[in-house]
Write a protein that binds this ligand. Sequence first.
Ligand code: FAD
Length: 520
Amino acid sequence: ERPIEALERALLETQAQRDRVSAAESVVHWFKCDIRITDNKGLYLASAEAEKHRIPLICMYLISPQDFEAHLTAPVRVDFILRNLRVLKHDLAQLKIPLHVEVVDKRRSIPSRLMELCNIWGAKHVFCNIEYEVDELRRETALVRACSGQGISFSAIADRCVVEPGRLTNSSGAPLRVYSPWHRRWCAYLNQHPSELDPFPVPKMNPANTGDTYPDLFRCEIPQAPRSKWLSEQDRAKFSVMWPAGEHEARDRLSRFLQERADEYQNARNIPSANGTSVLSPHLAAGTLAARTVVREAREASPNQKLTDDRKQGHSRWIGELAFRDFYTSILCYWPYICMNKPLKLEYSNIEWEDNMDHFKKWTDGRTGFPIVDAAMRQLAHTGYMHNRCRMMAASFLAKDLLIDWRMGEKWFMEHLIDGDFASNNGGWGFSASCGADPQPYFRIFNPLLQSDKFDAQGDYIRKWVPELADIQDRKGIHDPYGQGYARVAETNGYPKPMVDHQQSRERALLRYKAGLGRS
Ligand code: FAD
């Protein structure tokens, strides 16, 4: 039984008992990756339950440093989450709804603390939105049963995706793992069920005396992100300007993108220097914006009345990219072994990787000698974000040119991305290393010089992130300084020579992949 099916079964088996749970003193909504009050299904249902019984809604967010560590959450992402919580706390307080934020002690588990808090607050109904990683699904399954044993109704709601995982199957009812046919079904499903895009109302105002009943909950402070080697005071100040937090900011960014840039998305999306994408991924990952809101508003702003897989029209193309998020979540649900370090295409489990930490370090430091790859890795280090085209180039370079296990790159990305999301990151790495949800065989190997020439034609992105090369104005020289007569400039400024020969690396990768497949 898959973890998602175990959770569904637990919810079904406890349904009758949960329906019988009587009202108590309060209803709880447990926030996780859904830090918003707008268009939040779990929060809306919790609020409706509280209103039905005329009792207050209490919200909580439990911070588990161990979970952050286990999930490799980047310090920049932790900081962003905590800043989002501050905005959320303020917005909820306007509705007289308290947000209790607590760092859960290492010796305690989240489930035991959650049940303890329910007892303290006299809560018999708990709501949360589902997270689809295996550990989270197992934790919630156990919680449904443990709460039910204590007379508490625990409801886990599907809200992360626009189309819930499991809805789209092939003609024999099996889940799909090829994007194009899946996407056609995704569009058709939403065209047939337009109400799936309807927004969920914001929660109702709590009873007027809630502040007197729970004064401490309104007073509690949201902690600062713990200091780490990487997130200094300076970085924290930098990121708060670079990545303004909160759902208002997220919705403003969405409106600006739809008004100003979505029309041109299909042309600009692959140009890293062009500001052609929405840069909404940090908000979608933190849940300050619902994917449903994004698709609804994009469709309303689009000249197409229906969702289509038209790749030439900006809005459709953009909605199609957003659908990848649902697609990879669906893959995670139906092939959960990808959470256990296994490639989706299991036949790619036996590739012999190079165990070269010196090469890995050059890649992480942005000193490979391939300017486009180095620019990408430095953008990540400086901002916690990397453009999608550059993610593909950097990932392909690690897995194919350096033949370093793609899982090391996947981990590095998670540890540094502000938008780190297991399903999307794993999907992107699987695609780039040819062992994920991609019908193409392994012989598609990006040539970093050609990619650079094509997608950063004027070299603007390279000049921004690799200052050692900023003075090279030559159209060809900027992509390949040592090969195109700019060795002296590069050398003088301390820029390294290419660490590998791409043609030779390509041949080596083809042989290794072939041999790996032969062993499986
Ligand atoms: P836009 O082009 O404006 O797209 C809008 C939204 O659609 C994005 O915010 C994102 O939520 C979604 N989206 C777009 N492309 C993809 C995609 N290929 N896969 C999944 N969702 C997509 N995305 C993450 O959100 N978190 C990750 O950890 C992550 N890791 C990646 C690792 C690799 C190796 C690769 C190749 C891709 C990864 N992506 C990840 C996908 C993609 O690079 C980012 O979502 C995108 O760059 C975010 O920028 P944007 O918001 O401007 O995107």
